[in-house]
Write a protein that binds this ligand. Structure first.
Ligand code: GRF
Length: 187
């Protein structure tokens, strides 16, 4: 299979990145991670780029033209697919238009519920019975593009923000690779 050249954008821990790197070792997995972009130089996830000898770039998002810079780097590396895995910057509509290829994001709630930040505290405060994660296409509206995969679990009385986060991440590590397989299955 001819794999798509993918870039993963991160800002933090990078557990989804780590998982995607592992999955992409499989010959039948549709993408090869050619590049990692982080907006923070001390993002823990960069360790997985180093460990796996995957090129990475830290792009300072205080720069006025940082998106133009990213677009140039993506072009140079022939990237045709982007996974946002905990990337904390909002991608502009201009970027989406100029990149012109698929961009997907993972979000720790059952969208359209709980878009944006601090999802776990809001989920608890709202006394939700169920929660989970969503993988969706990125559009210029925050956490609003077409849903590719959702996975859910029931919240128990003992759950805290931390346990909900852990359970959600476990599901994310299934949902992200499954979504990528789904997207490219018929291509
Ligand atoms: C995930 O929970 C994801 O849903 C959210 O940011 C978190 C990133 O976690 N967008 P990690 O950096 O992949 O561990």
């Amino acid at each position: 299979m001819v794999k798509k050249n993918a870039c993963v954008f991160i800002s933090g821990q990078g557990s989804n990145l780590k998982n995607l790197i592992n999955r992409s070792r499989d010959n039948n997995f549709p993408i090869k991670i050619r590049l990692i972009i982080s907006d923070k130089k001390n993002a823990h996830g960069i360790i997985y780029a180093k460990k796996n000898a995957i090129p990475y770039k830290v792009i300072n998002t205080n720069l006025k033209y940082y998106e133009t810079l990213i677009l140039q780097i993506l072009k140079k590396n022939k990237i045709s697919f982007i996974c946002l895995a905990g990337y904390m910057k909002i991608i502009s509509s201009n970027f989406i238009k100029k990149f012109g290829k698929k961009i997907i994001n993972i979000h720790p709630s059952l969208l359209p519920k709980f878009k944006g930040l601090n999802t776990f505290s809001r989920i608890l405060k709202n006394k939700e019975k169920k929660t989970g994660c969503t993988v969706h296409f990125v559009t210029d509206k925050l956490d609003s593009g077409k849903i590719i995969t959702q996975k859910s679990f029931f919240i128990s009385l003992n759950d805290s923000e931390l346990t909900i986060q852990k359970k959600t991440q476990r599901l994310e590590h299934q949902a992200f690779p499954e979504s990528i397989i789904k997207i490219f299955r018929n291509n």
